[in-house]
Design a protein around this ligand. Structure first.
Ligand SMILES: Nc1nc2c(c(=O)[nH]1)N[C@H]1C(S)=C(S)[C@@H](COP(=O)(O)OP(=O)(O)OC[C@H]3O[C@@H](n4cnc5c(=O)[nH]c(N)nc54)[C@H](O)[C@@H]3O)O[C@H]1N2
Ligand SMILES: Nc1nc2c(c(=O)[nH]1)N[C@H]1C(S)=C(S)[C@@H](COP(=O)(O)OP(=O)(O)OC[C@H]3O[C@@H](n4cnc5c(=O)[nH]c(N)nc54)[C@H](O)[C@@H]3O)O[C@H]1N2
Ligand SMILES: [Mo]
Length: 760
């Protein structure tokens, strides 16, 4: 009670989906001046032979709904297909220094980039140039540099064909410096799952959601980030499946869903309750919460065994398929409930009740997202979720498995076709043979390594295939200053963003087609392909007239730069590859024959074609050739401990953004409207701090390293959060994330447990 009044946390009263989502789409429709192609595109969205949305990477079903898009999928299509244009005259009117004062929203809202531009230091403007000049200018710069000092970054949108050639280009040029947005996202998954179950992606396929009896759901927000997932979740609940959610934030999308495609639900306004239990774990508390679940399962089993009754564990599976079960079971027995309660912030009784759901379920899926991966000990959290699933053989059979919900629409696929800084994940020998060259064998740089390299003046060139790297990385303020020491920056993009303004001595801004636009090469429309979260590959054809006659496809831009930069080579057929993307798919099939068999024949298979997954088949490509139980070394995933007066900040996404792209200022599903400069805090912590709603505060870094990091101007907003947890928006909060504060195994920045203090 501040000022004697009870503080009421903000919340959204309605279910997710429903009329609210229709209004969300309508509002962006009216703001964004979409082209006529939008409606036709939305009707083709995520359907066989249609257009694969560039929002999230949720699977595309074999039998799509009439409208196979969600609120945010529609927003992303409308955002791409706006009629607004950011033309050379815009750049002539505004210097780069002036644009640096603008907000993210104001930059992107200018519309689609229309012509290749080159930075002119004499006037501090981007000025138009020809593609020819851009390619030869970039090539000249690249050929001046030591290849090891140049970075080839990818955000996860470019399709498989472009991504494959981008990887080739980097390796022909001479490095494995191929970090992608995944380094800030699900790299924890790639590294941790690889270690414990021998695959770097999830084991589930879409069909598993039709058969599971329970879903244990950690730190992923489907209402905002993968809206089409709400349909299978709703259908699962209607079948009797129980969803147990672990999340510090009460996300509406996991509480109740009203299907906008169901007239009866729309009329009655009554949706489906999704979460059977919603456990508001503390940030970083998942390792101990899952330890609690495992402890209960093992203790029930111990009791049954003492009484010579049947085990509730999958004993056969544990014997045949698992390694180190006994060590883990012993650790679970020895971990005290008081520690589990303290680190998770949850009650023993609740964890035991959740564990009973696990025991009663024949088939269980573990789902997770950034809430698990973006922590200092995030990879141990992923390992814990695998431990839980292994106990009852919940992996590699129908209706069971692990399902990380990937981010960008083709982020998983890019890794599949060679976008990786880890040479051991790429068939370099095969590439050497196919393309007659000696590939670089040394490790490339991850996102965090790149940032260190920039700070130490060891990185001299940065090519960006999409994305907004400087905005998305940790420690942003320091990074922005060091960034401009580079010799060359090249940004392949659709809309203007802040990274483009933080440029090297030489900089190019190269505008590309979006996936929904027609991509004609030599008058033949080309299809591209992407891989979803379930390892299914889908063809996509854009049909909308391009935003400008000067645009090139991402693939054509890459081959343009590559051809200008590299010497002629009989096996490097840049022109032929550009004129027929089918030829690139043939190369991908030659490089990865097991995954991409009959690639060109299968791209339009309804529901996509499955490239397979070893863990799904219970084949374990791990060091022990078995699925690995792991004993966590910590009970909290946080890198800096909790103490009175200290807080951990969750950097979150609103319902009106796609990563650094801000569509607007409504976070409807959390009941937050109008501003992103806010700090979410529990009413109890507000009271303890003597804060009132609307007070303006700063957040200071509390990472214990004496570096001053600060974000100010934040309005105090009461919100239902566990004590000690704060919420603020990504990317605004990124200056507070220390560069060294990342997952111990994968170097994924720990954006969900950032140590901070509040200053008035
Ligand atoms: N509309 C839209 N769609 C998107 C994106 C977008 O920005 N907008 N981004 C795309 C990308 S690249 C990605 S990677 C995905 C991201 O999608 P998600 O994986 O859903 O990522 P976040 O929204 O960052 O965080 C997920 C949840 O983690 C919870 N959380 C925070 N800390 C913890 C914790 O310690 N434990 C647990 N259990 N939960 C925690 C947060 O409350 C939040 O609900 O979405 C993709 N789809
Ligand atoms: N604090 C904090 N930081 C985070 C996160 C977090 O949760 N908290 N999340 C992290 C995650 S999960 C991710 S994936 C990264 C995201 O990092 P990035 O992937 O680098 O960033 P995006 O915001 O997705 O990039 C948006 C830009 O991409 C360009 N673009 C859009 N569509 C296309 C296209 O089709 N082609 C091309 N070439 N360009 C296009 C546009 O210019 C747009 O401005 O951020 C990470 N950073
Ligand atoms: Mo992501």
């Amino acid at each position: 009670m501040a000022n004697g009044k009870k503080i009421k946390p903000k919340e959204y009263a309605l279910p997710s989906g429903g009329w609210g989502s229709m209004r969300g789409i309508a509002s962006i429709f009216s703001r964004e001046h979409p082209t006529r192609g939008v409606v036709q595109t939305l009707m083709r969205q995520n359907k066989p032979e249609g257009y694969m949305c560039t929002s999230c990477s949720w699977g595309r079903p074999k039998h799509p709904h009439k409208f196979e898009f969600c609120e945010n999928g529609a927003k992303s299509t409308i955002w791409d297909l706006t009629e607004d244009r950011c033309k050379p005259d815009f750049f002539a009117q505004h210097t780069v220094t002036e644009l640096l004062q603008w907000q993210d929203y104001d930059l992107e809202i200018q519309g689609r980039l229309t012509e290749p531009m080159h930075y002119d230091p004499s006037t501090d403007n981007y000025i138009p140039c020809s593609w020819e000049d851009a390619f030869t200018g970039i090539a000249a710069e690249l050929n001046e540099l030591d290849p090891k000092t140049v970075i080839f970054y990818t955000s996860g949108k470019a399709a498989l064909e472009a991504a494959y050639l981008y990887g080739l280009f980097a390796r022909f040029y001479g490095n494995n410096n191929l970090p992608d947005s995944s380094n800030m996202c699900h790299e924890t998954t790639s590294v941790s799952l690889k270690k414990v179950i021998g695959t770097d992606v999830g084991s589930c396929v879409m069909e598993d959601f039709d058969h599971c009896d329970a879903i244990f759901y950690f730190g992923q927000n489907p209402g905002t980030n993968s809206g089409r997932f709400l349909h299978p979740l709703q259908e699962a609940v209607k079948r009797g499946c129980k969803i147990i959610v672990f999340n510090p934030v009460k996300e509406k999308g996991l509480i109740e869903f009203l299907n906008p495609q169901d007239p009866l639900e729309m009329l009655t306004g009554r949706g489906t309750d999704l979460a059977h239990m919603y456990l508001q774990v503390k940030p970083g508390g998942d390792i101990s919460a899952i330890m609690g679940l495992c402890k209960h399962v093992i203790s029930v089993d111990d009791t049954l065994r003492k009484e010579a009754l049947d085990s509730i564990l999958d004993v056969k599976f544990l014997e045949q398929h698992c390694h180190d079960f006994n060590e883990f079971a012993q650790q679970a027995r020895e971990t005290s409930w008081s520690d589990i309660e303290m680190y998770s912030g949850l009650l023993r009784a609740d964890l035991e009740a959740a564990a009973e759901v696990y025991i009663a379920a024949e088939r269980v899926i573990g789902v997770y997202g950034m809430g698990l991966t973006q922590h200092v000990h995030g990879s141990q959290g992923v390992g814990m979720l695998i431990n839980l699933l292994l106990l009852r053989g919940n992996i590699g059979r129908l209706g069971a498995g692990i399902s990380p919900v990937r981010g960008h629409s083709n982020v998983q696929g890019q890794r599949t076709v060679g976008i990786s800084e880890k040479p051991d994940l790429v068939p370099l020998d095969r590439l050497a043979e196919l393309f007659d060259f000696e590939p670089p064998r040394d490790h490339g740089l991850t996102t965090v390594d790149v940032c260190h390299g920039i700070l130490q003046n060891e990185v001299h060139g940065f090519i960006s295939l999409g994305g907004n790297f400087v905005r998305a990385i940790p420690e942003r303020n320091t990074m922005e200053q060091a960034w401009t020491n580079q010799s060359i920056t090249v940004y392949i993009a659709t809309k203007l963003n802040r990274s483009h303004l933080i440029h090297g001595r030489n900089s190019w801004l190269l505008p590309c087609l979006v996936r929904a636009e027609e991509d004609c090469q030599e008058n033949v429309p080309q299809a591209v392909t992407i891989e979803d979260s379930f390892s299914h590959i889908h063809g996509s054809i854009g049909k909308v007239k391009p935003a400008s006659p000067h645009l090139l496809s991402e693939l054509a831009i890459i081959t343009g730069i590559a051809k200008a930069t590299l010497p002629d080579h009989p096996k490097w057929c840049w022109d032929a590859w550009t004129s027929d993307y089918g030829k690139v798919r043939e190369l991908i099939e030659l490089t990865y024959p097991d995954d991409f068999k009959d690639y060109n024949q299968r791209i339009f298979q309804a529901g996509g074609f499955y490239r397979g997954n070893t863990a799904h088949e219970r084949v374990w490509k791990t060091s022990s050739k078995k699925a690995e139980f792991t004993c966590p070394s910590v009970l909290s995933a946080l890198g800096v401990g909790v103490a009175p007066g200290r807080y951990h900040l969750i950097t979150m996404r609103s319902n009106d953004q796609f990563n650094t792209t801000i569509y607007g200022f409504s976070d409807r599903l959390r009941g937050l409207e109008g501003s992103r400069e806010i700090l979410l805090i529990s009413p109890e912590d507000m009271e303890q701090e003597g804060l009132n709603e609307g007070d303006v505060v700063s957040l200071l870094s509390d990472a214990g390293d004496d570096v001053i990091r600060e974000v100010g101007g934040l309005k105090i907003t009461p919100f239902n959060l566990p004590r000690g947890a704060l919420g603020g928006y990504y990317p605004e909060m990124n200056p507070l994330v220390p560069l060294w504060y990342h997952d111990e195994m994968s170097k994924t920045p720990a954006s969900k447990g950032v140590p901070v203090r509040i200053r008035r």
